[in-house]
Design a protein around this ligand. Structure first.
Ligand code: OOG
Ligand code: MG
Length: 261
């Protein structure tokens, strides 16, 4: 299996780098969820070796809307790097993506090292702030189709993120209205309550996953809580924004002609 892990990790790294989709691996080389996380780690090593810096982590499938859209029913997690950060209000070039989608999220920034499982009551104390956010996901698999193991191996489709202005108003976070607009039209509407009942639960889950993996997350890390609604396809010329009631909005536009961002 270890040669398969290295092989799949390299192939996924190359697919992301070249923006070229690959066939799923689990259909012909079945692997376990634990092995999927080993592949994810090995594939992230290629990115770090190429100079990317880890800036935090993301959770996936924390809402029913996302689980139903993708036909997957377990929470997953992956890594964020500085190369994925896109500027709020900026222009994004789609050239580095295969078939990108956008989804509305909230992003946390941590205040203290997370090195043990946290309770919901402790969670806020570990946070510096929270912000409205947009995740750009881009599966490296053909047709954006995957098994749970395949998507975990592929760093949970992590590809880009835009983060809005920071706020410390955690009390309002339990049930804030979420709107995602493309070219001014509302394409997804929901609530932060869709994220595990309360987005702070994403932080609790992250702390448990980190503890199980024996990884400490440094202060100043970003944590994307997971999408509150289903994702939407991203196309050239699109202007995307996400508004989280009481927390403001963030957004970006896509160059109409690629290569001109
Ligand atoms: C996997 C990533 C899921 C979320 O917020 O639920 C995710 C995918 O849908 O490709 O990021
Ligand atoms: Mg997401």
């Amino acid at each position: 299996m270890s040669t398969d892990i290295a092989h799949i990790a390299k192939a996924l790294d190359q697919a992301a780098r070249k923006a070229e989709a690959v066939a799923q691996f689990s259909t012909h080389t079945p692997f376990s969820l634990d092995e999927a996380y080993l592949i994810q780690r090995a594939s992230m090593q290629h990115r770090y070796a190429a100079g990317e810096r880890q800036i935090g982590l993301k959770l996936g499938f924390t809402s029913r809307a996302k689980m139903m859209q993708m036909g997957v029913d377990s929470l997953i997690w992956g890594w964020l790097t500085d190369a994925m950060l896109e500027e709020d209000g900026g222009v994004v070039d789609l050239q580095r993506f295969i078939h990108p989608r956008v989804e509305p999220e909230v992003c946390f920034i941590t205040r203290r090292t997370i090195d043990r499982p946290l309770t919901a009551l402790e969670a806020v104390d570990y946070l510096e702030a929270v912000a409205p956010a947009i995740e750009i996901i881009d599966s490296r698999y053909q047709a954006f189709k995957f098994s749970l193991e395949d998507v975990v191996a592929d760093n949970c489709s992590s590809s880009g993120l835009v983060v809005g202005a920071w706020s410390r108003d955690f009390a309002q976070l339990n049930n804030a209205g979420v709107l995602m607009r493309i070219n001014g039209r509302v394409v997804q509407a929901g609530s932060t309550a869709a994220i595990l009942g309360h987005p702070l639960r994403s932080l609790v889950q992250a702390s448990q996953l980190l503890a199980r993996a024996e990884i400490a997350l440094p202060a100043g890390s970003l944590i994307m809580a997971g999408a509150a609604t289903a994702a939407e396809a991203l196309s050239p010329g699109a202007c995307v924004s996400v508004e989280v009631a009481g927390f403001g909005e963030c957004g970006f536009s896509v160059a109409a002609k690629q290569g001109e961002a």
